[in-house]
Ligand binder design. Structure first.
Ligand SMILES: [Ca+2]
Ligand SMILES: [Ca+2]
Length: 350
């Protein structure tokens, strides 16, 4: 798919097609699969990290399910060339997985545009005040994680797929962060199925809802939530888990049924902006076209796209002239990023 299509689909602009057409020529270069991942050896390339934490399983059946989800994340990381670490699957007696996680997080680069994904797979508890994720050895609370993540100034996705996980969302919410939980409240305490469906969807082409050649975290969240509902419906059971996503930093989660396609149509109460746009910029496996863009330029492009969305959502505050001139400036900057990418691509082919 051409970058211009990605731009248009990615930022969901319908009303600026005419403007975008003016900048279209710089996008017209077809991508060349040969060049995929050529940034690997370059100084601009930094790998994202995915840390999967498997909690105390309780039974062999749960253990098998958790290990299967971990394998799916690992496969996605090897397809997407992300650094993968798993905690909780070794057979060591008396493991302290809490300390292991703390150490791995402390060793991660503090300031980079490469994303850090933290995926918790297991059981959780909530006593009315504190939510915890159950590990072999001491458990971890949302407060523990908030403290450990504080020094990391980089894009972060925290995904807690356990029962009673919702309190993690309000505690870990922050600018530049995506937080996903399997439940909408600490009191949804039954075993959750969201995690296994999310692991299956994260690199699945069928979950690429906007057909741009890559499955985003938002798309995987929506797909997994849909499969959770299908599971309970087919089993004739009451749905006991409702996943939430927060990525606008307000600590309020949005449910999958508040989206039409990939577009959010309902806000969490009191929220100033809509959730979902940032999560749609997180991918484990990138399309070929996306892989041609250096990490630094990709971060700039993502920031500009979010500004376009913010502008579009505030359209009524501006006169038509003002709105289109601001929009044109942003689209021009985005076009420059694709132009730079194409120039670098052409140079490398000479
Ligand atoms: Ca997609
Ligand atoms: Ca939110």
């Amino acid at each position: 798919m051409k970058p211009v299509t990605i731009l248009l689909v990615g930022i969901l602009i319908v009303d600026v097609a005419a403007l975008a057409a003016n900048v279209a020529p710089v996008f017209s270069q077809e991508s060349n699969p040969q060049d995929t991942l050529r940034w690997n050896g370059g100084q601009n390339y930094q790998q994202p990290t995915v840390i999967v934490v498997i909690g105390a399983a309780g039974t062999r059946e749960f253990g098998g399910q958790f290990a299967k989800s971990a394998r799916l994340w690992e496969e996605a990381c090897s397809k997407g060339d992300a650094k993968f670490a798993v905690i909780g699957l070794d057979k060591v007696e008396d493991s302290n997985d809490r300390t292991t996680l703390q150490k791995i997080l402390a060793d991660e680069p503090k300031q980079t545009t490469a994303a850090l994904w933290l995926v918790l797979i297991g059981h959780g508890t909530f006593d009315g005040r504190t939510a915890k994720f159950n590990l072999r050895g001491p458990d971890i609370s949302a407060d523990d994680l908030a403290e450990w993540l504080k020094p990391l100034l980089r894009p972060i996705a925290v995904i807690n797929t356990a029962s009673s996980s919702a309190p993690f969302l309000s505690k870990l919410s922050g600018q530049g962060r995506v937080v996903i939980t399997a439940t909408k409240s600490g009191y949804e305490q039954n075993y959750t199925r969201f995690g296994q469906y999310l692991a299956g969807a994260i690199a699945e082409p069928q979950a690429d809802l906007d057909k741009d050649g890559q499955t985003s975290l938002l798309e995987a969240f929506l797909t997994a939530s849909g499969r959770v509902d299908e599971f309970y419906s087919a089993a004739g059971r009451l749905v006991t888990e409702h996943a939430l996503l927060d990525d606008n930093g307000d600590g309020l989660g949005t449910r999958a049924d508040w989206f039409r396609g990939i577009r959010p149509v309902q806000k969490a109460e009191n929220s100033a902006s809509l959730d979902g746009y940032r999560a749609h910029q997180f991918h484990i496996v990138h399309s070929e076209a996306e892989n041609k863009i250096s990490l630094g330029l990709r971060a700039q492009r993502d920031r500009l796209e979010l500004e376009v969305i913010k502008l579009r959502d505030a359209k009524e505050e501006f006169s038509e002239d003002e709105y289109f001139s601001k929009l044109e400036a942003l689209l021009y900057d985005i076009a420059q990023i694709y132009e730079q990418t194409n120039e670098a691509d052409n140079r490398s082919q000479r």
